[in-house]
Design a protein around this ligand. Structure first.
Ligand SMILES: [Cu+2]
Length: 263
């Protein structure tokens, strides 16, 4: 439960995917543990209090609708309050813990000194255009550096879309005239693990028309120095008409040439 506070202050911040994986694991582990205890205790009681015909019928302590089962002298009531108490502690702890982590996911780590990179993501029927801080734009493929917080401002130029990458655990509405923001980061270890260039699939998560299923893209993460080199090469290119479809297509071609792969 101290985790979220450490996360927001420390420089050793984590990717959204790690945070979500941790929440998933904690809920899965606790759910399994509590479920096992409850089912085992129930089965044990079913066995212990089975009707073997030895108890006289007049002593039968039947539960009464609307009344707490106090039993004789109260030991059953104690158990009841104990189980309520434990459940409350577990539930409240989980709420506080998960909410703290989700606040971190919303806000993101404070890396203002490192100079965050802000990219505008514009959805259209049917594809994605990424506009970099210098005005350069690419289609289909977003190219970003490792170890850096990437801020995305997601919008659309026609209908409602939804920009997301399952692997990076990011997902954000793309609505015409509005900007919704999200962030992500990929560590250089992950880039290293994928052979010096990490790629993540991008999809549209809002049924937006006939080409919706083909509305995919890619996020490519390069080591910092390689990215800087690439980014320096985009300076002055395609800065005037990022909104025009023709220029966008041209940039996509340029991009394919530079990257040596189809965008
Ligand atoms: Cu779409």
């Amino acid at each position: 439960m101290i985790d979220p506070i450490i996360l927001q202050q420390g420089s050793d911040w984590r990717a959204q995917a790690e945070v979500f994986d941790e929440i998933f694991f904690v809920f899965l582990a606790l759910g399994t543990l509590v479920g096992t205890i409850v089912v085992a205790y129930t089965l044990w009681n079913v066995f212990k209090y089975r009707d073997d015909g030895s108890e006289p019928k007049e002593d039968f302590d039947a539960p009464i609708v609307g009344e707490l089962p106090t039993g004789q002298g109260g030991p059953k009531a104690k158990k009841l309050f104990l189980s309520f108490g434990l459940s409350a502690i577990v539930v409240i702890s989980l709420v506080v813990y998960a909410y703290g982590l989700l606040l971190y996911v919303e806000e993101g780590p404070d890396t203002s000194d490192a100079g965050n990179i802000e990219i505008t993501v514009e959805g259209y029927q049917f594809g994605w255009e990424y506009i970099y801080p210098n005005g350069y734009s690419t289609r289909g493929e977003m190219i970003v550096p490792a170890d850096q917080r990437i801020d995305l401002n997601v919008t659309s130029r026609d209908v409602w879309h939804n920009f997301g990458s399952s692997e990076l655990r990011i997902k954000s509405d793309a609505i015409p005239g509005e900007y919704s923001s999200t962030w992500f980061s990929v560590s250089s270890e992950d880039v290293e693990a994928q052979g010096g260039e990490a790629t993540y699939r991008v999809e549209c998560f809002e049924l937006c028309g006939a080409g919706h299923s083909a509305m995919t893209g890619q996020i490519t993460v390069l080591p910092q120095d390689e990215w800087e080199e690439w980014y320096a090469g985009t300076q002055g290119e395609n800065t005037s008409s990022v909104d025009s479809a023709g220029a966008g297509n041209a940039s996509s071609v340029d991009n394919a040439v530079i990257r040596g792969a189809p965008a």
